[in-house]
Design a protein around this ligand. Structure first.
Ligand code: FAD
Length: 301
């Protein structure tokens, strides 16, 4: 049965773009995660659709991954197929003079550069977020006063029923780190952003300024998944954690960053279990001291 599945997947993406028993720590910015049974890198909508249909037919679970920069994957890995939308599916096309249409696997940094080169402003806030368009739309990624909701016109998604549908900004129901995509289990295929005419030098200088801020404030020298917790209503997770004296708190190889308490870092040998134990303890202490419930921003599988 399983070898029939493998043969069918090979027929869809070819032998080179199917990896078996692939270590997920190679595909997450946390550098954590056991092996996935199947890891595929599709390059077209047709392939993505065929892969999901094939998995469903064989009763194999699947999960869509972008840059893996908001993920904590179990030490046991993933029993099923990881569909990684990355560079193989990352075309960027200009529409009219101020719209950019991008495939889900395109990195935000690349789009930021393309937009700057075309003298288009509005994408600067996103250009330093280490993720793909797919992950950014799903999470309504945001930084420095901007969020995806401000610039997205529409996203084309694959529904659970196998239909390709285009949703407008409103229909995407983008909120703080949420969207309708997670609720409905859609796969983001394409997104269209509307930007404004600007001055290339000014755009690049703003991007540089924001990148410097990140380097100064964030522990970019260590693997992490960015802000570990969502911002609780009326508070900042990092400040609560720092005020609770938890900076530097460690479980195994996982540690609350000394530089930015909102980040949990992998000091070299962290397991997913270490991270879970550490975040559970942080949540417990913050609840005990401040009565505030922290919620993970990072997605666990
Ligand atoms: C150093 C660092 C700094 C960060 N700074 C920020 C920041 O400033 N602002 C911010 O918002 N985030 C930040 N993040 C978190 C992360 O970069 C964002 O959440 C990013 O949008 C995730 O994109 P990704 O491609 O890596 O998604 P992944 O981590 O691969 O996936 C995240 C979720 O999206 C889903 N997903 C991914 N692609 C698709 C798709 N095509 N269709 C359907 N579902 C999909 C996955 O299933 C998963 O549930 C930071 C992370 C790091 C490591």
């Amino acid at each position: 049965m399983e070898s029939v599945f493998v043969d069918e997947v090979k027929a869809i993406v070819g032998e080179d773009r199917l990896l078996l028993d692939e270590p997920m720590k190679l595909h997450t910015t946390f550098r954590i995660g056991g092996n996935a049974d199947y890891f595929v890198k599709p390059e077209s909508i047709e392939e993505i659709k065929a892969l999901t249909e094939c998995a469903k037919r064989h009763g194999i679970a699947y999960y869509v991954l972008g840059n893996g920069s908001n993920m904590l994957i179990s030490d046991e890995g993933y029993r099923g197929m990881i569909i990684r939308l990355g560079e193989e599916f990352s075309d960027i096309t200009m529409q009219d003079n101020d719209m950019i249409s991008v495939q889900a696997g395109a990195k935000l940094s690349r789009i930021g550069n393309e937009a700057a080169a075309k003298g288009l402003t509005g994408f600067e806030f996103a250009s330093g977020i280490p993720g793909t368009v797919g992950g950014a739309v799903v999470m309504n990624a945001g930084a420095y006063g901007g969020e995806i909701k401000d610039i997205i016109v529409s996203a084309t998604v694959l529904t659970q029923e196998g239909n390709v549908v285009t949703l407008s900004n409103d229909e995407l129901e983008l909120g703080y780190r949420t969207s309708i995509i997670q609720k409905k289990g859609y796969i983001v295929l394409l997104a269209v952003f509307k930007l404004e005419k600007g001055d290339e030098a000014q755009i690049r200088s703003r991007m540089k300024e924001l990148a410097e801020k990140r380097r100064e404030k964030q522990p970019l020298e260590y693997p992490s998944a960015g802000s570990t917790f969502k911002r609780p209503e009326g508070f900042f997770a990092g400040k609560l954690i720092a005020d609770a004296g938890l900076k530097g708190f460690k479980v195994g190889g996982a540690q609350v960053s000394e530089k930015h308490a909102g980040f949990v870092i992998n000091t070299g040998s962290a397991t997913a279990c270490d991270v879970i134990e550490l975040t559970d303890e942080v949540k417990r202490k913050i609840k005990q001291i401040y009565g505030v419930e922290l919620e993970l921003e990072v997605k666990k599988i």
